[in-house]
Design a protein around this ligand. Sequence first.
Ligand SMILES: *[C@@H]1O[C@H](CO)[C@@H](O)[C@H](O)[C@H]1NC(C)=O
Ligand SMILES: *[C@@H]1O[C@H](CO)[C@@H](O)[C@H](O)[C@H]1NC(C)=O
Ligand SMILES: [Zn+2]
Length: 984
Amino acid sequence: MGKGFYISKPVGIVSIILCAGALATIIALSVVYSEEKAKNNNQVSPTDGGTTSKPPVTTLAPSNEPWDKYRLPKNLVPDHYNLTLWPRLTPDLTTGLYIFTGESTVEFETTEETDLILIHSSKLNYTILENGHLARLTSVNSGVRVPLIKVSWLQSVTQYLVLQLDGKLMTGHRYHLYTKFTGELADDLGGFYRSEYMEDGVKKVVATTQMQPTDARKAFPCFDEPAMKAIFYITLIHDRGTVALSNGEEKGYPVTIDNQHVQKTVFEPTEKMSTYLLAFIVSDFDFINNTIDGVWIRIFARKPAIAAGQGEYALNKTGPILKFFEKYYNSSYPLPKSDQIALPDFNAGAMENWGLITYRETALLYDKEFSSNSNKQRIATIIAHELAHMWFGNLVTLRWWNDLWLNEGFASYVEYLGAHEAEPDWNVKDLIVLGDVHRVFAVDALASSHPLSSKEEDIQKPAQISELFDAISYSKGASVLRMLSDFLTEEVFTMGLRTYLSEFAFGNAVYTDLWKHLQMCLCTRISRTLRPTVNIIFPQAVDANGTELPDTVHNIMNTWVLQMGFPVVTIDTKTGVVSQKHFLLDPDSEVTAPSPFNYEWIVPIKWMKTGAVQSPYWLRGKSATNDAMKALGTEWVLANLNVVGYYRVNYDEENWGGITGLLILFFKLIPVINRAQLVDDAFNLARAKIISTVLALNTTKYLDKEREYMPWESALNNLDFFYLMFDRSEVYGPMQDYLRKQVTPLFNYYKTLTENWSKVPDGHMDQYNQVNAISLACRTGLEECQNLAKTWFKQWMDTNNNQIHPNLRSTVYCNAIAASGANEWEFAWSQFKNATIATEADKLRSALACTKQPWLLNRSYTLDPKMIRKQDATSTIVYIANNVIGQSLAWDFVRARWSYIFTQYGGGSFSFSNLINGVTKRFSTEFELQQLKQFKEDNAEVGFGSGTLAVDQSIERTTANIKWIAENKQNVLNWFRDETKPVF
Ligand SMILES: *[C@@H]1O[C@H](CO)[C@@H](O)[C@H](O)[C@H]1NC(C)=O
Ligand SMILES: *[C@@H]1O[C@H](CO)[C@@H](O)[C@H](O)[C@H]1NC(C)=O
Ligand SMILES: [Zn+2]
């Protein structure tokens, strides 16, 4: 799956600017809440067990019955399914529900005799068949007696259809299981669900799916585990004039069923695949297409979006990215077609259904007039991410969800390679450092983090599986795979990858299988080239530089995969001693999780001395001495070049002094990625009390000369923390003065570069940094900037013609709304309501949260529950929480309605951790800490699902913040005051 909303490109500091307007949305949400609640009270909610011949066993107590276990027994193996589904895009006249009906026959083989059939099924109602049961069983092998069904029922907790037989299914024999069922086409974003939108004043309904991880069972009864691969013969029944899509190529013809003149679309059988990669969609969307080397590529979207050319960018980039991955994997695209479709309601960023990839509109549709360069980058990288999964994940699938990190980490790494192919001028590969490495450092530095790899037996329930879709799996996975590829060399990495894919094609693997293949390639390559005498049994081989690897791939990687966190490597340039220590943002936090390696890693260190790159060094064990790392006189050492290693670096005080001095005098001697690293490492080491906060602040002194995006972005990310901690204190004023002083030259630089804001800078990174320049200048109160934003916004209001460049819209809208009153807010609100382009609506939605006028909340016209889509609810609450005033409202909202939010978004939602982290990130007082603990206690019974860890992380973070403020406030205040003192 594509990353959820946590990956959306930096909107800069836009979201931090304090604002109250979007409180309106809180109210809007409360209205949704009360309406929904009323609705739920008036009807029996559809749950399992509608028609059963035995009352469902509802006991929650652990029991040893096979149907009380969450994992399927391994005695039945599906071969293929014949599935027909008929979604109704108008509500049922009697119940008012949107429903679908279906029929399925699955052919399975018995690998071990049994008198029990368990097959996943959730929220489906079954027709009782002529045998009096929920299913019919027949034999494929003639002359074999088919046992009769003794009893059949639905086991709702573990989500099974259970059939007990009066005799055994025979080993090696094949059977057919037939069922007929009905399900609700709800708007719950999971399983077979519906999405709604308006077109020319008419409500349109789309039936679509999101199966990953465990919702295929909501669409039809199936063996819903990734290793239970099968072939799927899919048929969809739908209204004439609508388009039906699925994984295979479609062929449709009109039929009449029950006097209804409908269309029957039959799809080519799929390849052997996992259930979570299935997709079924019925819509009246339009498409554009092309063909590349025999692969048919189509982009589907709402008709007006296609007519406006919004699919063109995706269509143009898909071919080259697909070709890139064919080369990269040395394996041709496994399917005849590649469809990609943009949906108005979609929970994640995108989903890699095999042959039919689904996206949020903002992740696929590009509009020259409305989309920023960051929107464009998001589209290119998400397409690359999903296409990468067509092989890694779909062709070869991890056996169980505990290895999800390898699937998502891998796609999150190579998405940059694919996007680079699509946009070679962007230098997009560098951005993994900000987008993944630095981002996940923040989470992985907590004592409540968790290792990449989980034990299979610890991941059983759907909520446990959902919880794995987090920053650790995606971003840490990507970071350590990038490190691995770097020390093995890309050549060895891709060689191993290719043999891995070819061995396990159409099957399943575990993460150590990849290590095995990498090791094999490493050794073959070494024996072929560098060392003709080395043989295959040589355990570890050497890296590209001929440096011996300290251990096997398996053993090196285990230190990164099986223990949480990462090290801070300290280099003492006086003595040459290099040492490592588990980096914890709060040094007083208690690490209770045991580690098989005692929190020591095998660390590859690329480094330079006084500007010259040195041969890589491997640190193994707590500490070691490397004489080469001693620095004399004016020499200086810089380690973790280009941040390819997943660790932070600390130095002795003198080397730090040397580097910060160098930043001020000759910053260009330090590679740009490492300038971003120095700032990020310094600020985080300071938070962990390893170096002083003053030293960290010193790394920002050179910024008045810096023009590059990455160091600025890194600085702003870290200063965000200062804003969160100090925007209610007397530190705020001097901090603003200092930052205004630092950013003014950047602002003026862009003013000149763009010829007084009339042009767009050429470079992709320059475009990003222009946004930073404007955001920070306006935020710190640079009058020229604020006037600029207000003037542009006013021009838009006056002429109803928006001349603001898409790159700048988020920040200009936000700053204009923050600096003005009701008229501007109201204008933005009406623009939001009427926006037909998702990317524009998103910019407005976040900007509405920037007003400083709380009274706008009472405007009644904002109480429209239809305004915020479910997919956007959590991010909207988080926008509101970014506001000092909105903060407590958002928190109250979440606290008061947790169990409602939880049940509404629980199933398919992966954004609970974002929600909880988002509403609590400013927490820094005892009072807030108590509230948080109370929240945890009060809702212990309801649970936190995929947000369980986030609650503990928030408690830990708040505790650390309280201490940090107590210890640093005065120093920080003094430092800002000193830096802004007039000089005589
Ligand atoms: C499913 O459909 C295919 C193609 O029509 C057919 O060959 C196969 O026998 C069917 N299998 C079952 C289980 O009905
Ligand atoms: C399933 O059955 C339950 C209980 O009878 C009912 O409330 C629900 O509406 C049914 N769902 C569908 C989709 O028919
Ligand atoms: Zn993915």
